[in-house]
Design a protein around this ligand. Structure first.
Ligand SMILES: Nc1ncnc2c1ncn2[C@@H]1O[C@H](COP(=O)(O)OP(=O)(O)O)[C@@H](O)[C@H]1O
Ligand SMILES: Cc1ncc(COP(=O)(O)O)c(N)n1
Ligand SMILES: [Mg+2]
Length: 588
């Protein structure tokens, strides 16, 4: 449903100066940037909304302060009477564990189904509850037996969980009879959740039918329209589209579009079974197509990739990720897990399982929050020379920038000695974590790994993005500097999360740096499939001209001198933040 309020919100007043946002289980999708008027306690507040349906960021025009929220599942907006400002409390970070409910079949061999879902969610740091629809006897040779559970049992399991626990996302796998779709529908109506991820499991990789033709109409008419994303493999897409043959990426695009017309808000057609040298999936959000490419791992251990992919998407959504980010992380997770377990030896049959829990062997990241492109809004990049000049310690400078409204921080300490840099990075990370602001390290992947920073930013001549990704794993943020549309397309293909493009204006911060100007920036933004932050000589007098370029991918500005080559970093940051917020609120 679509709400009539400008941002798609519906408010319900709870008490004076506080209200609850309801009804996010709707088909409303935020554009990347839009202004909105929030009615609060009879006071109209202008705010800009950044982000997707899963995460939005509110910028109040009054205060210029930034509040970020996972808006699904109900959250609280509080209006401070004296400020008429908005504070958002994200319940998912307030002691509530992100929760995925999987409704799927049990795989006794534990490579796919419920068992894969549990392990994937555990590896992603998300709680997973289970509704078992069928019990299969399955091993590396294939499926020997399927016992379908009764409708009463499935209904009782669903109700038991949904009536008691706060579930963020429901993921479905094997639904062997049409009545199970109806049970799901009725329960979700009574207990709405943030998102529904549908993996339309029909046939196992070994060729065994897991949901017969009787389910097809129900899938098409009832299940797909409920889904926030549906993730068919090639064969399933073909069956859902009356036997359409899928042999090329263009066929997959066409299938994604046709499936989208059946009602799901997003479609991922998985190409694991396409005979190509890379494993390529097509993601379609109703507007744009994205080609998600990874190397094809040569291994017999690929049983359960589909279930794993869908569970990882669900887990990332439960953590608050946007749909595209969730799908990208899931793709990387499957690739990393397959690579990690390509030689493990379980069972004697042709289809082996892989190891989902590889991540548990690594130190898990202490930052639960996924990358949100709106983090690029006001990107503070430190400079040790400037801090020295003004007598600021790096920690004081970072703290001041954050308090002034910086939304992401990068430590760019070109001449720091390694041990000293690491200590500074650890101290800055503590500050950033306490404010829920991501901290990236310029260039030094080793420092980022040693302090468990949120990611790195690399230049064209630093370590290649795909190598950085291999070292940092699927979830860390990787940014890359790009001057041309070609750089931008390569950054996407290599698995970066955002690009920094510049120098937009001449700058003293970087020697011999070619200026690309506003036109060069615009060309990069138009070509890029990744969010872009503008960099190079940006300050209070020219930031408006950058933000007014009006290109969708441009998410913010990265600034060095205009924040750090100043006596009072906090007030300079505050001024720039106010200016950016104004541009967004009044010019969109
Ligand atoms: N050998 C492989 N190497 C790398 N990625 C793979 C491989 N096989 C499948 N994938 C990926 O795993 C995910 C699940 O896809 P797929 O195997 O097609 O689904 P399903 O398990 O439902 O048949 C997709 O992202 C796909 O690209
Ligand atoms: C219980 C159950 N659910 C799903 C699948 C699909 O997984 P795959 O396509 O890898 O065989 C499966 N084999 N078993
Ligand atoms: Mg597969």
């Amino acid at each position: 449903m679509e709400s009539t309020s400008p941002a798609g919100f519906q408010f319900q007043s709870n008490e004076l100066h506080s209200m609850k946002v309801i009804n996010f289980r709707s088909s409303y999708i935020f554009d990347d940037r839009r202004s909105a008027v929030f009615e609060m306690c009879n006071t109209k507040v202008n705010a800009a909304v950044y982000g997707s349906r899963e995460i939005c960021t509110l910028f109040s025009s009054k205060q210029g302060s930034r509040h970020r929220t996972n808006q699904f599942g109900g959250l609280t907006l509080k209006a401070m009477p004296e400020q008429k400002d908005i504070t958002v409390t994200n319940r998912s970070r307030d002691n509530r564990t992100p929760h995925v409910l999987t409704m799927a079949g049990s795989d006794s061999g534990a490579g796919a189904g419920i068992q894969a879902d549990l392990k994937t969610c555990a590896a992603c740091g998300v709680y997973c509850s289970t509704v078992i629809t069928a019990v299969t006897a399955q091993n590396t040779h294939g499926v020997q037996d399927v016992s379908i559970l009764s409708a009463e049992s499935v209904a009782a399991q669903l109700k038991s969980i949904l009536s008691d626990m706060h579930v963020d996302v429901v993921k479905t796998g094997m639904l062997p009879s049409p009545v199970m779709v109806k049970i799901l529908h009725d329960n979700l109506k009574q207990f709405p959740v943030q998102a529904l991820v549908v993996d339309p499991v029909m046939v196992s990789t070994s060729g065994h039918v897991l949901a017969g033709p009787s389910i097809l109409d129900t899938f098409k008419q009832d299940l797909l329209p409920m889904a926030d994303i549906v993730t068919p493999n090639i064969k399933e897409a073909s069956v859902l589209l009356d036997g359409l043959q899928l042999q090329t990426l263009d066929d997959m695009r066409l299938a994604a579009k046709s499936l989208h017309d059946m009602g799901p808000r997003n479609v991922l057609v998985k190409g694991g079974d396409l005979p190509s040298s890379d494993a390529v999936d097509i993601f379609f959000n109703g507007k744009d197509f994205y080609e998600l490419r990874s190397s094809r791992i040569q291994s017999r251990n690929t049983h359960g990739t589909g279930c794993t992919m869908a569970s990882c998407i669900a887990a990332e959504l439960a953590k608050g990720s946007s749909m595209l980010s969730a799908v990208k992380v899931a793709k990387r997770y499957v690739e990393t897990a397959l690579k990690y377990s390509k030689d493990i030896n379980i069972g004697n049959g042709p289809q082996g399982p892989f190891d989902h829990t590889l991540k548990l062997l690594r130190k898990t990241s202490s930052r639960l929050q996924p990358f949100d492109p709106s983090d690029l809004f006001l990107y503070a990049v430190t400079d040790s020379g400037m801090n020295k000049k003004w007598g600021h310690s790096i920690t004081d400078a970072v703290k001041a920038a954050i308090e002034g409204g910086a939304t992401i921080v990068q430590l760019r300490e070109k001449d720091a000695e390694t041990g000293e840099f690491l200590e500074a990075a650890k101290a800055c990370l503590e500050i950033c974590r306490s404010h829920n602001i991501p901290l990236l390290i310029n260039d030094r992947v080793d420092i980022a790994m040693a302090c468990d920073a949120d990611g790195v930013h690399v230049g064209q001549s630093d370590m290649p993005v795909n190598k950085v990704r291999a070292l940092l794993g699927p979830e860390k943020i990787i940014g890359v500097s790009c001057k041309t549309p070609e750089h931008a397309l390569k950054a996407w293909a290599d698995g970066a999360d955002y690009i920094g493009s510049g120098g937009v204006f001449p700058t003293n911060t970087k020697a011999n740096n070619r200026t690309i100007g506003l036109d060069g920036l615009k060309a990069v933004c138009v070509a890029s499939k990744l969010p872009v932050v503008a960099i190079g000589g940006i300050n209070l007098s020219n930031a408006r001209s950058v933000m007014e370029l009006g290109v969708e991918n441009l998410k913010g500005v990265a600034v060095v001198s205009a924040l750090f080559d100043r006596d009072c970093v906090e007030s300079e940051t505050r001024k720039l933040h106010a200016l950016l917020t104004e541009t967004v609120t009044y010019n969109r």
